[in-house]
Design a protein around this ligand. Structure first.
Ligand code: GLA
Length: 710
């Protein structure tokens, strides 16, 4: 069956992914209308789903509030608009007039449908794009707006897509909320009637919400049930509006910007929205997450199949107290522990001895690095590690050479206060000269100092977001900032193909499919307390794969929470993602260094499972635990279990944990103990986890499939 086809009888476009179908058509009035999103359909079945809308029941009703592909402000539409274009006469209508359709299928297993429209009155064009792949059920959608006239337009809303759910008995919404050091806290609640807005108004994706949503009928679980999920690939302000209508339907619309911001569209200008991807899946939240993970690795990340190195990062060890000598000592210890990438964090440049000065002056501080970064980079390379550096290109401390030279380079509103957060202001990346300046020093830095890895940080939200100068600057900056950020990273990557980048924004403030399309991993949270990390990682992994989830083992008592948990536990938590070490290794005892080295070696043995395998969340990080995650290889030949437990009440043993995804009739051998287990027992009766006694104990169990008995 072709990936995309059009029914000659009904005009229904049917888009097929391996297990799902999506159907739409242009209705008799020219409006792109939703037909179906769910299990696979034949084209006759899709045709049969075309039913005329009932006439409005009263003069107070309008078109159904959900069910269009991109509800435009016009006529009798009373739901949230996905498309609003403010014309020069002040009106905001768009009346769909089909003007063309294109189907592009290539041999690589991808097909794209483009439906083109113009407004019936003004010279504005809108194209809806749909892309499907033959190896994922994730469907990619976006829109392209074109001002074909000679007047400036302001666009209050240009969502990437609206998604329509089938009628269900009930609706439940899953999403994440949070704050700094408490990102990605999973929320799962009944969808209220009315409109539920998930948004960031901070200029970044944010710690407080993340641009994805999952909907089910209230009965799905981790391993069963139908789930409709969507994720927006955008790293600036955004808004998703989830709707539950009074007549019991649900849908959502999403795109860039928050209320009150506009997208300017100059004569001849084209605005391409980011991708808003959608996935229908069966098999519960677990299957939905695994599908997003596989999609992200295969279609989003630039190098999703590459295995990430074990990293050392100096931030919690040294803070701002860095110099060449100290780093060389740490680097030697890190290499001895098994680290493969050594990252110098904040404090290596300009007058940056604390967070009050120097940000923006990106040359190595001569008193700390008298001969520049070369000698340290050479040492790190000689020790067999790659060399990484922290940068925060979008920021400036007012106490810096850069700010003294260019006070107009920051986001600001003339005549108003410039609010500092962490003593810094936001450089206006929407300005071409600012973005070019950042690109120029970054490419020079990377080229001259043998830098293999950048931790790209962004440590504050926008405020007084203004761009004096261009007439439409205050509108334009919201999107232009992000596209220039993407452009700088894209150029850097093209110029330095072996460079790898970690996205960070005071932890997980800028993690989304847009930034992941041009970075390699993400710092999930500044909170490195292993116990707090469990729910953070649980929420992170709902959509984003372990392949990108950077996690460090740091010292105790934890700097943020004061909690102390065993070294082994800290390792086992970090091993659920990209293992990194962030402790002060000059203070680790011989015993700790030896235990750490053994755990790093163990991680290297199993990291292919964590980074490229399939994640099963066997239990949730709640209550007495144990919290158990399982990573299964693609061919089910190997799996890793990581289990974490607080001290059990009354010393009660934990119940057996049922594994998932194993083939029937297989036997697995515990790589450490040699014990042999039958897959039927493991999946139907469960495995007794041999958790040590004590507080916050953990185990890592590696099971390898034995050849089948004949
Ligand atoms: C942010 C990051 C930290 C660290 C500091 C340095 O908070 O999230 O990991 O790099 O900045 O100032």
């Amino acid at each position: 069956m072709p990936l995309i086809s059009r029914s000659p009888d009904t005009g229904v476009w049917l888009l097929n992914t391996p297990k799902t179908s999506y159907a739409l058509r242009i209705d008799t009035s020219g409006v792109p209308t939703h037909i179906a999103w769910g299990p696979r359909l034949t084209s006759e079945e899709a045709d049969a789903l075309v039913v005329p809308d009932p006439p409005p029941a009263s003069s107070f009703e309008g078109r159904p509030q959900v069910g269009e592909e991109l509800p435009a402000d016009n006529g009798t539409r009373y739901g949230p608009s996905s498309l609003q274009i403010r014309h020069t006469d002040g009106s905001r209508a768009f009346e769909w007039q089909p003007s063309g359709e294109r189907l592009v299928e290539d041999l690589s297993g991808t097909a794209e449908l483009v439906l083109e429209f113009c407004d019936s009155l003004y010279p504005v064009r809108v194209a809806l794009h749909y892309r499907v792949h033959d190896d994922t059920d994730v469907l990619e959608r976006w829109a392209v707006l074109h001002n074909a006239g000679d007047r400036h337009l302001r666009v209050p809303r240009a969502d990437s897509a609206a998604w329509t759910l089938p009628p269900l008995r009930d609706y439940r919404l899953s999403h994440v909320t949070g704050q700094w050091s408490a990102e990605t806290q999973l929320r799962r609640d009944r969808l209220p009637y009315g409109e539920t807005v998930l948004t960031s108004r901070r200029g970044i994706t944010s710690h407080h919400a993340n641009p994805w949503a999952m909907l089910d009928d209230g009965t799905a679980g981790e391993d069963h049930g139908r789930v409709w999920s969507t994720a927006l690939a955008w790293s600036g302000s955004w808004r998703l509006t989830v709707q539950r209508t009074s007549d019991g339907r649900a849908g959502l619309t999403g795109g860039v910007g928050h209320e009150g911001t506009f997208i300017p569209l100059a004569p001849g200008e084209v605005f391409t929205t980011p991708v808003f991807a959608g996935l229908y899946s069966e098999g519960g939240y677990g299957a939905a997450s695994r599908a997003w993970h596989a999609y992200t690795r295969a279609h989003v990340l630039p190098h999703g199949r590459e295995t990430a190195p074990v990293l050392y990062n100096s931030w919690e060890a040294t803070g701002f107290d860095v110099d060449e000598g100290g780093h060389k000592i740490l680097a030697e210890r890190a290499a001895a522990l098994g680290a493969e990438l050594y990252v110098v964090d904040d404090g290596w440049f300009g007058a940056r001895r604390n967070d009050r000065a120097g940000l923006g002056d990106w040359s190595p501080a001569p008193d700390l690095f008298p001969a520049g970064l070369g000698p340290l980079s050479d040492t790190v390379h000689r020790l067999g590690m790659r060399f990484g550096l922290w940068v925060e290109p979008e920021m400036v401390n007012p106490d810096s050479e850069l700010y003294r030279a260019h006070p107009d380079w920051v986001l600001h509103l003339p005549g108003r206060r410039r609010t500092e957060l962490r003593n810094q202001l936001v450089l206006n990346f929407a300005r071409r000269d600012v973005a070019d300046w950042a690109h120029d020093w970054l490419t020079r830095l990377v080229g001259e100092h043998g830098i293999d890895f950048l931790k790209w940080d962004m440590n504050r939200a926008f405020s007084e977001a203004g761009w004096p100068g261009p007439a439409d600057g205050n509108d334009r900056l919201w999107t232009r900032y992000v596209t220039h950020l993407y452009d700088v990273i894209d150029r850097l990557r093209a110029e330095h193909p072996t460079l790898r980048i970690e996205t960070c924004s005071g932890g997980g403030g800028r993690v989304d499919l847009g930034i992941l399309a041009r970075t390699d991993q993400a710092w999930a949270s500044d909170n490195t307390d292993a116990v707090d990390r469990l729910p953070i990682q649980h929420g992170f992994g709902q959509v984003y794969p372990s392949r990108v989830m950077s996690a460090w083992v740091t010292d105790v008592p934890n700097q943020l929470t004061g909690r102390s948990v065993p070294l082994r536990f800290r390792f086992h938590v970090a091993m659920a993602g990209l293992l990194g070490i962030g402790g002060d290794l000059t203070r680790w005892s011989e015993g700790e260094l030896a235990e750490g080295a053994a755990l790093v070696a163990q991680y290297k043995d199993v990291r292919h499972l964590v980074q490229h395998g399939h994640l099963y969340r066997l239990t949730e990080p709640l209550g007495e635990g144990p919290t158990v995650v399982q990573y299964l290889s693609d061919d089910a030949a190997e799996l890793l279990l990581l289990a974490y437990r607080p001290s059990p009440r009354h010393g009660t043993p934990s119940p057996p944990v049922r594994l998932a995804g194993l083939p029937d009739g297989a036997r697995y051998r515990d790589a450490e103990s040699g014990a042999v287990h039958h897959s039927g027992v493991l999946t139907k009766y469960g495995l007794h986890l041999d958790m040590p006694r004590g507080t916050w104990t953990s185990i890592a169990t590696h099971l390898v499939r034995l050849p089948d008995q004949t």
